[in-house]
Design a protein around this ligand. Structure first.
Ligand SMILES: [Zn+2]
Length: 470
């Protein structure tokens, strides 16, 4: 496997610390609001990586945390007059629902900051003992960045100082680059600690959860892969790396992988989504699987300009997969009976090359075309049908798409009321055909067509599909 390491800034051969095992950490959401399309893209990207690694035979431990202590959560709780716990619980649940709609698998472990305070205390104490951190006169504890000669080498930010956020700046900091590990809050939401009542800094949460749940203690690096959105590279990941380096005397991760931004600014977009960035709003307009396919169809490092037209184009490619599944009908085998190894190998090889999704999807397109051709020529060949089924099952596992029943896939976006109407029209047309009133039966077909509904006469009766307008 090859992946692009954002620290080395090049594609490198992936060699895990321990053969056949992979340990990955992905910075999860801060649960103070509904998740947005940026979270969706990050989760889907690393869900795909998780699946690729597993398909390549690795035993993968995947940790994605929940940041449930944060200034933003406290701020929200005050705004809506609810407890911090209530806010965190509500948006953790909301996040998991969204991820389920997008076909994102649960991580191996999903630790919460509130449940890992002890490991943060241990880490902060070690940093204090080493002189890598200091207690300010007001009791806050800061990382002493000057003690870490490698600070800045991860993200390679040239003008580090100018990029430091001025928010939450303290007069007690020795240096502008220093960042908070623990902040004292006497009369605000706080947690007891050996350093006084307060709240941890965001960066220490991740470092501590990695040490507690994922890290190798006796290897050159703590974990294989640290993942996240490119917006987290600096300062979040730089700071995580620095803390862990100073505590453990080694680098945090062997590889760092970052996914690109999502921009929402298209014209059509504002009509359908009102420029909302929330996954929940997108799911009101688009099916979760269609959204997943669209978000993963663009290379993970490229910025993605969310566009309705691009999404509808990518849906057409997904339709082709479902059309083959539909064509197989009751001959679709839900067990792997006949493996098409050349398709599998080439598809997995493309994905194993820094997730080269465009090559992988073009291999998928050719597979669909060639199996349609084979079925045209040999409509009853059992072996071809078994191989086509096994290819679809392979795609189900690896991309997390194509799992729906094919008939219901083509009914997505149709209200129950419209379904009743379509069914009554189909019955009307049947009667007309029986009475040999072909003018009426054609009229009914055309009327449905004008609503985006096409009818298919099959051996199993009349089926219909809905094709949304672009
Ligand atoms: Zn993190």
């Amino acid at each position: 496997m090859f992946i692009f390491d954002s620290v080395k800034k090049q594609k490198v051969k992936f060699e895990p610390i321990v053969p056949n095992e992979v340990r990955i950490y992905l910075c999860g959401p801060t649960v103070y609001d509904n998740a947005h399309l940026g979270h969706a893209r990050s989760s889907i990207t690393f869900d795909l990586l998780f699946r690729i690694l597993k398909t390549n035979g690795y035993k993968v431990t995947f940790v994605r945390n929940f940041t449930d202590i944060d200034d933003k959560i406290v701020k929200k709780s005050k705004e809506v007059n609810k407890s911090v716990e209530e806010i965190a619980t509500t948006y953790t649940k909301s996040y998991l629902e969204d991820m389920e709609s997008l076909g994102v698998q649960r991580a191996t472990l999903e630790p919460k900051a509130t449940q890992n305070l002890e490991s943060m205390f241990k880490m902060i104490q070690k940093l204090l003992d080493k002189g890598s951190a200091y207690k300010a006169p007001n009791g806050d504890i800061y990382m002493r960045v000057s003690k870490d000669s490698k600070y800045g080498t991860l993200s390679n930010r040239a003008n580090l100082e100018s990029q430091i956020s001025r928010i939450g700046e303290s007069e007690y900091k020795e240096d502008v680059k220093d960042f908070a590990l623990w902040k004292i809050f006497e009369n605000d939401v706080n947690y007891p600690s050996p350093f006084g009542r307060g709240r941890p800094g965001w960066h220490i949460e991740c470092s501590a959860m990695i040490d507690e749940h994922l890290a190798y203690k006796d290897k050159e690096y703590s974990i294989d892969i640290h993942a996240g959105g490119v917006d987290l590279f600096f300062p979040h990941h730089e700071n995580e790396a620095s803390q862990s380096r100073c505590v453990n005397n080694k680098e945090l991760a062997k590889y760092w992988i970052h996914n690109g931004f999502v921009n929402v600014n298209g014209e059509k977009m504002s009509k359908s989504l009102g420029n909302s960035f929330f996954i929940k709003d997108a799911l009101k307009v688009y099916d979760g699987e269609v959204l997943r396919y669209y978000l993963l169809s663009m290379h993970y490092r490229a910025p993605l300009n969310f566009s309705h037209n691009d999404l509808m184009q990518s849906k057409k490619r997904l339709d082709r997969l479902y059309r083959l599944k539909k064509r197989l009908g009751s001959d679709f085998e839900s067990k792997n009976l006949k493996i098409d190894s050349s398709f599998r190998e080439s598809f997995l090889l493309a994905l194993s090359d820094d997730i080269n999704i465009s090559i992988a999807l073009s291999i998928l397109d050719s597979m669909l075309s060639s199996y349609n051709d084979l079925l045209d020529k040999n409509p009853k060949d059992k072996e071809i049908k078994e191989m086509a089924s096994s290819n679809i099952l392979f795609i189900n596992d690896l991309l997390g798409i194509g799992l729906k029943d094919a008939t219901s896939y083509f009914h997505i976006g149709v209200s129950e009321k419209l379904k009743d109407y379509i069914n009554s029209k189909i019955q009307e047309r049947d009667l007309a055909k029986k009475a040999k009133d072909y003018i009426l039966s054609d009229k009914i077909r055309d009327e449905l067509k004008s609503k985006g509904i096409s009818l298919l006469d099959t051996k199993d009766g009349v089926l219909w599909e809905y094709e949304p307008e672009d």
